[in-house]
Design a protein around this ligand. Structure first.
Ligand code: DAH
Length: 339
């Protein structure tokens, strides 16, 4: 019996040495330690031995069982670590390899101008307001003192969705929305897309961008408007930029004006960008009409305000020397890469 056990010990040792994968190891585990394994069958046969021999042999078999179990566990560890090692070898990353070229986008010129203008007005204590592009005629026109027979409301000029829902033609309706929801003092700008029924050409587009400004407080005067715009154009277009006001008419401001800036390309001498004029028409502005304040629940006897609005594309074109508006919307990477 002892000899047989000794044989098992030897053969197990030898077989373990040859094993290289987990499957073989598992088979070996079954062969020696399994329910029908060689050691188990010896244990089962202990009954046939004498009472004296039984415990001796039993303990030898159990010892061997422990020994084989330990060896198999150790072999399993070794195999597993070798598998891992091989895997790591295979998946090695060469950190010195040149990287793939990922094409980075750039900020669109229109967004660049909007960001720059936001930065300037945030610096002057303004906040940024927002409003819907699908707007009601109530906010786009009525609240802004624009009567129903005003030419701007014409079907020719405005995209109507229903009789009283349109694509906003200007960012000015945000003025009314803010005034209805906020008590003075109010100091906001609102950048956004606006829509007009225009055919696309080098200077017109059915969708473009505007930035609206609104200040309402006690004792706001025209000189505040002028000082604010002067500060803005100097920061945005260059410290030598001059501004001039021309009388104009907007239904929602009284008095109203259009503001021109000295050409920031030629400095006022006259060039292609300013078409020889020395001045570039920049924005519409004025003192908020008392009717507009009243419409929005603000007492015009107590408060006054100024407002302005301008097109972003015009500034982008002049600033970046872009001659055709359409380039801004075509998203040709060769064009966009330049900014
Ligand atoms: N909304 C006007 C336009 O689209 C521009 C404008 C003029 C805005 C005067 C204003 C303003 O806030 O006071 O032509």
């Amino acid at each position: 019996m002892k000899e047989k056990i000794e044989e098992i010990r030897k053969s197990a040792k030898e077989k373990l040495k040859e094993i290289t994968d987990m499957q073989e190891l598992q088979a070996l585990r079954v062969k020696y330690l399994g329910k029908k394994g060689e050691l188990t069958s010896i244990l089962k046969g202990l009954g046939a031995l004498s009472a004296e021999e039984r415990p001796k042999i039993g303990s030898i078999v159990n010892e061997l069982r422990d020994e084989i179990e330990k060896s198999i566990d150790a072999a399993e560890k070794t195999i597993k670590s070798e598998i891992l090692k091989a895997k790591l070898e295979n998946e090695k990353i060469d950190v010195t390899m040149p990287s793939k070229n990922i094409a980075l986008g750039s900020v669109h010129p229109i967004t660049q101008i909007i960001d720059e203008v936001k930065e300037i007005f945030l610096g002057m204590g303004y906040s940024i307001a927002d409003g819907p592009e699908v707007e009601t005629t109530h906010y786009n026109f009525d609240q802004l003192n624009t009567p129903s027979d005003h030419p701007a409301r014409d079907l020719q000029d405005t995209f109507y969705i229903t009789e009283d829902i349109i694509l906003r033609t200007q960012t000015s309706p945000v003025q009314a929305r803010v005034m209805e929801n906020q008590k003075p003092p109010i100091k906001i700008i609102c950048p956004g897309a606006v829509y007009r029924s225009d055919t696309l050409d080098a200077t017109h587009s059915p969708v473009f961008h505007q930035i609206e400004g609104l200040v309402v407080d006690k004792n706001i005067r025209m000189s505040d408007l002028k000082g604010t715009l002067e500060m803005f154009v100097k920061n945005c277009l260059g410290q030598n930029t001059k501004i001039r006001f021309r009388p104009h008419h907007f239904p929602f401001t009284e008095p109203s004006a259009e503001a021109d800036v000295s050409c920031f390309v030629c400095g006022g001498k006259g060039c292609r960008v300013c078409k020889g004029e020395g001045w570039i028409e920049l924005l519409g502005c004025g003192m908020v009409h008392p009717n507009v304040l009243k419409n929005c629940g603000i007492d015009p006897e107590e408060y006054s305000g100024f407002a302005f609005g301008f097109g972003v594309e015009r500034i982008a074109m002049a600033k970046f020397g872009i001659e055709d508006l359409r380039l801004l919307y075509e998203n040709d990477i060769r064009f966009l890469k330049q900014f």
